[in-house]
Design a protein around this ligand. Structure first.
Ligand code: SF4
Length: 501
């Protein structure tokens, strides 16, 4: 090793370049020394990585079931740097952010809270979604284990639930740690759905608030109300009704023509609210746009749709000597149906109570049908055909003035779709205002500048759409109430409101 190289070391153990002189050894997924883990009653579960509100609601929801559960803070740039320092090279961006976030959290427990690394390894466990890929998703758990070993937490437990199996997890789940019962599953789903709704309403209202900060304040009140309802086992429907009154008290001026921007792309990059996508949603709002976020329920519906399709395909295979009726697939189908009904029912009940009238859970069959000409439905990596479907749907139904696809640096499925297939889609739908943009964790200036350029055109479109309408002499007050949500062929909120009169 040259003397220059030997100075290139990070402050912690990682970055030690002595490996250059060593013989390569086989990677082992097991801790080097035996560890006696704490019993379930003393084990603390960690997770996180959804929107900030959803992480907080999930914490209250699971604590209400008696689980010793903590949602970690949102990943930030420091998390990303730790992920890069301890992770393998060439990973996709969400891997670095989420893996680094866990390392950062544990290091904080050790260095700030004074817990020893042994104590942390024995007592804490991290829960994450897993799957078999086909992208890097299948390697996440190994990445976590490698980074944790190299950062001084060898043997730290990671347990996962298969993202596409829902309640039907099979034998993979670690029952000792995670009680993945129907009650656990439904409570989790409720917190995610309620979080989705409050987030959607926040994005609809914030750009039009008369006094800066009032929507965020109301959303925080709603969060506290819902968290409390979970912990004190109060009626969630009633709580959503109280949230409705809180939101209704916020003064809005909705007659401002603002560009409507659909943010989609790879699940994590499009959904996260922080450095993972350079705070894209807040940046758009600060630039005078209204965002259409991607709710988590969309991803859950896609997972169920993919699981159902896999069962149907398996059933259509002719296997010699197979049973006439395969009860395992009958059971799986029943569970999928049950999962769908449970999600839709809860969604409609809560939506009605909080006043989210114009949001429909996406029809997965319709989205599959409009995209299958461009993207095979059998390819399940990332968002599969959904990115293509969202863009086509947005153009055909005039949903937004701009569609942004956020693709993390190094993402295999999303890059292939955005760089390849979407160029054919935009060729066939030239009216589409589409921007595929990469988030690398670095390079914010370039990112913002490209977003601003696409936004300029979107703002013009929103202005033209609004100015083409004739304003009535008397504008009713209901127009500024968030509960008034007309749906018509216009894209912008202010144009929709005027066109509805
Ligand atoms: S979809 Fe892309 S970003 Fe997400 S895990 Fe797969 S490769 Fe990584």
């Amino acid at each position: 090793m040259s003397s220059v190289c030997s100075t290139v070391k990070m402050t912690d153990k990682n970055g030690d370049l002595n490996f250059l002189n060593q013989t390569a050894t086989q990677w082992r997924d097991i801790p080097q020394n035996p560890i006696t883990y704490a019993p379930k009653s003393e084990t603390i579960m960690l997770s996180g990585g959804l929107t900030i509100l959803q992480d907080q609601l999930i914490q209250s929801a699971l604590q209400s079931l008696g689980e010793n559960y903590i949602s970690m803070p949102n990943p930030n740039f420091e998390s990303f740097q730790k992920g890069k320092a301890y992770g393998n090279r060439g990973q996709c961006n969400p891997t670095y952010f989420t893996v680094g976030n866990l390392v950062k959290y544990l290091q904080n427990l050790r260095d700030e809270k004074g817990l020893s690394a042994e104590e942390i390894v024995q007592k804490y466990v991290y829960i994450t979604a897993g799957g078999c890929g086909p992208c890097r998703f299948g390697m996440y758990i190994t990445e976590y284990k490698k980074a944790l070993r190299d950062s001084g937490f060898d043997g730290f437990r990671i347990t996962s639930f298969e993202h596409d199996k829902g309640i039907f997890q099979g034998d993979d789940i670690d029952d000792e740690i995670l009680n993945f019962t129907p009650k656990f599953f439904i409570t989790l789903i409720k917190s995610v759905i309620i979080g989705d709704m409050i987030n959607i309403l926040g994005y609809k209202m914030r750009p039009y608030e008369v006094e800066t900060g009032t929507v965020d304040k109301a959303i925080e009140t709603c969060r506290a109300l819902v968290s409390n309802a979970f912990l004190e086992k109060k009626s969630l429907i009633k709580t959503m009704w109280i949230c409705r009154q809180t939101l209704e008290s916020v003064k809005l001026n909705r007659l401002q023509p603002k560009a409507k921007v659909m943010v989609m792309g790879e699940f994590w990059a499009a959904m996260t609210e922080g450095d993972g996508n350079y705070n894209l949603h807040r940046f758009l709002e600060a630039e005078g746009a209204e965002c259409i976020p991607q709710p988590i329920i969309n991803r859950l519906m896609l997972s169920l749709w993919e699981a159902e399709r896999a069962v149907i395909k398996r059933e259509s295979l002719h296997v010699e000597g197979a049973k006439r009726v395969d009860f395992s697939s009958v059971k799986t189908r029943a569970f999928i149906k049950l999962g769908k009904v449970a999600m839709k029912t809860h969604f409609h009940l809560y939506a009605k109570a909080i006043g989210l009238h114009n949001y429909e859970i996406p029809d997965m069959d319709k989205l599959a049908q409009i995209s299958q000409e461009y993207y095979t439905l059998d390819c399940e990596g990332g968002e599969g055909h959904l990115e293509v479907a969202h863009l086509i749907e947005s153009v055909k139904e005039n949903i937004a003035h701009l569609v942004i696809s956020v693709k993390p640096f190094g993402c295999m499925p999303s890059s292939a779709v955005s760089d390849g297939i979407q160029s054919l889609v935009t060729n066939r739908f030239p009216e589409a205002n589409f921007l595929a943009i990469e988030t690398s964790g670095e390079g914010a200036a370039n990112f913002y500048s490209r977003v601003q350029m696409a936004l300029f055109k979107a703002k013009q479109l929103a202005k033209e759409e609004f100015e083409a309408l004739t304003l009535p002499e008397k504008i009713p007050e209901k127009i500024h109430n968030y509960l008034y949500q007309p749906h018509n062929e216009k894209a912008g909120t202010s144009a929709q409101l005027i066109a509805s009169l």
